[in-house]
Design a protein around this ligand. Structure first.
Ligand code: AHG
Ligand code: MN
Ligand code: MN
Length: 344
């Protein structure tokens, strides 16, 4: 049968990359990571099925609770969280987890086997878009634990800079369901073929396009921004500004969807600090750091405006940070406008 008639599955792609990794490092692949990524894909397929049924099944609407962030929890958030926790606990490859929906670290109790990875995830990103049929997603980050497998994981396994990540990625539940991941050797996208139930390689070695033609920010917050942020957004909007003027605006309100569009077409996404508190809205561990790892691997960059997101040492599971992410030249222009303001 012609090679092209059988797509490259996630498992096959990881094995090819692990063989290349083994040649580079002499380390024999154990297959653990490939099994783990497949379990993440299984959870993604289960959530994708629910997302596509959300209009029909009784999981629309608010679950009546608020999460550690103080936000209304939509039923799909609860379902997605439960799915990831259960699937990852059973995988035998995870020793500890952190979820946006759970205040404390999530353990891997008997009879499950605590494996060698520590995973932080946002099970359902873009909750406000769930019941209006707009793209939403899941974001995950994977650290290699320091402690031996078979022993319970510790919060320190999770509270590490994004630069130390073993892998990161996201699943976007949109017009199609895609899984995008990196292990530090390029960014690769897989599209779910629902008729087969497999994620097939559709975007190998994704690179963010040179031209940054789009800016993505909630302009409803303009009055809360610092003058530097207000100046930067005015600059990228004005047609004759140089460099990087004349950008068009796109804002979906689901970080995964806004990020994915910029990765595919070029663009900068901003969720800047609130001038009054200096704090951002998005969470470092399971939103900013994993996407910063993906962005860097695709030739982009992510910053708070003051420092590289990947260099940050997390001080808590739900630490919030400002996030400026996308084309490197645009993010660096933002950093310069911030440092110009702080030096005056
Ligand atoms: P989550 O649904 O996981 O809480 O994330 C929502 C986030 C992110 O997806 C998006 O970029 C941002 O909230 C939108 O915030 P605003 O509605 O304040 O623009
Ligand atoms: Mn989110
Ligand atoms: Mn979420």
């Amino acid at each position: 049968m012609e090679k092209s008639q059988i797509g490259t599955t996630l498992t096959h792609h990881v094995l090819i990359n692990q063989r290349a990794h083994a040649q580079r490092t002499g380390e024999q692949p154990s297959g653990d990571f490939s099994e783990l990524l497949n379990q993440i894909a299984v959870a993604g397929k289960i959530i994708s099925a629910e997302v596509n049924m959300a209009g029909l099944a009784d999981i629309l609407g608010v679950a009546g609770r608020t999460n550690v962030q103080g936000e209304q929890v939509m039923k799909l958030d609860v379902f997605a969280n439960h799915t990831f926790v259960e699937i990852l606990r059973r995988s035998g490859h995870v020793g500890i987890m952190a979820s946006e929906e759970v205040d404390d670290p999530i353990d891997v109790p008997e009879p499950h086997f605590p494996g060698k990875y520590a995973i932080a995830f946002d099970p359902l990103d873009g909750s406000s878009n769930i019941d209006v049929n707009v793209s939403i997603g899941t974001i995950f980050s994977i650290h290699r634990r320091r402690g031996p497998v078979g022993t319970p994981g510790a919060p320190e396994d999770l509270l590490r800079p994004g630069a130390e990540l073993a892998a990161a990625g996201y699943i976007i539940y949109g017009s199609s369901t895609m899984l995008v991941y990196t292990t530090g050797h390029g960014v690769h996208g897989f599209t779910l073929d629902p008729s087969v139930g497999e994620f097939l390689l559709s975007h190998e070695n994704i690179r963010i396009p040179e031209k940054c033609g789009t800016y993505s920010v909630n302009e409803g917050n303009t009055s809360t921004w610092t003058p530097a942020t207000q100046k930067f957004v005015e600059h990228v909007k004005s047609p004759d500004a140089s460099p990087l003027g004349g950008m068009k605006a796109r804002y979906i309100g689901s970080l995964v969807a806004d990020f994915h569009r910029n990765l595919m077409k070029g663009g900068i996404f901003l969720y800047p600090a609130d001038a009054a508190t200096g704090k951002g809205k998005l969470r470092l561990l399971y939103e900013a750091a994993p996407l910063a790892f993906v962005a860097k691997q695709a030739g982009g960059y992510a910053s708070t405006g003051y420092e590289d997101i990947l260099a940050m040492q997390p001080d808590g599971l739900h630490q919030r940070v400002p996030l400026i992410i996308g084309n490197r030249d645009a993010v660096e222009l933002y950093e310069r406008s911030v440092s110009a303001e702080t030096s005056t």
